[in-house]
Design a protein around this ligand. Structure first.
Ligand SMILES: Cc1cc2nc3c(=O)[nH]c(=O)nc-3n(C[C@H](O)[C@H](O)[C@H](O)COP(=O)(O)O)c2cc1C
Length: 200
């Protein structure tokens, strides 16, 4: 088994001038040192007007757009997910929720995930962190214990992703360590024991 994991780095904001770009660069830099990482950016995906997550379960031969089928196939290949999440109204930015509303829960069940939250305010997106645990839990994902929130992110992370403070890198690396540990543990166990299904 390759020791390199396949990590999806999931962006959350599609806003023009988004901070999401620089925070994602910060995280990408650390993951890319040790593992394969691919960015999933909702701004680059053409979404249908309706959400298809349940169609994969209940009407799989139905009218699901090809690009959404391809996205689901791609998502299956990841060992773990790292979500770089802005806080919108104490909750998830709609583009992030919409992205996952087009992925079958059967694709994501038993997949580990970690969160790096941020905002321009003093709470750093810690409230969306709470929401993310519930949201990803509903999809059957396993969220790791450690998460981080970056307050005043516009001052803390430069446009090229460089943090002003090495403490941020240390904190990020602990989140990543949690994600890698969970990903390796689940990946290894799945080679000998098939996980229980999403639903009966
Ligand atoms: C619709 C909207 C809702 C927001 N709600 C919050 C919030 O609940 N808490 C917070 O700290 N900042 C909030 N903000 C400010 C964001 O922290 C800030 O705009 C940040 O840059 C958003 O990330 P982005 O630039 O990647 O979109 C909100 C911003 C927008 C556009």
């Amino acid at each position: 088994m390759s020791s390199k994991l396949k990590i999806a780095l999931v962006m959350s904001s599609t806003r023009e001038g988004r901070l999401n770009d620089q925070v994602t660069k910060f995280v990408h830099h650390s993951i890319a040192k040790n593992h394969n990482v691919e960015i999933i950016d909702p701004a680059t995906i053409e979404f249908p007007k309706t959400q298809h997550s349940m169609d994969f379960l209940f009407n799989p031969t139905g009218n699901i757009p090809e690009n959404i089928r391809a996205l689901n196939e791609k998502m299956k290949g990841f060992d773990a997910f790292l979500i770089v999440c802005a806080e919108y109204n104490y909750s998830l930015p709609p583009p992030l929720a919409n992205l996952f509303d087009n992925i079958s829960p059967a694709t994501l069940v038993w997949k580990p995930c970690g969160f790096v939250n941020y905002s321009i305010g003093q709470f750093g997106g810690c409230r969306v962190g709470v929401q993310l645990r519930a949201f990803t839990g509903a999809l059957g994902m396993i969220s790791v214990p450690k998460q981080m929130s970056i307050p005043f992110a516009h001052e803390k992370i430069a446009q090229d992703g460089t943090p002003v403070d090495e403490k941020l890198t240390k904190e990020l690396n602990l989140v990543l360590e949690h994600v890698y540990w969970a990903a390796n543990a689940l990946k290894m166990h799945k080679t000998t024991v098939t996980p229980p299904p999403w639903a009966i």
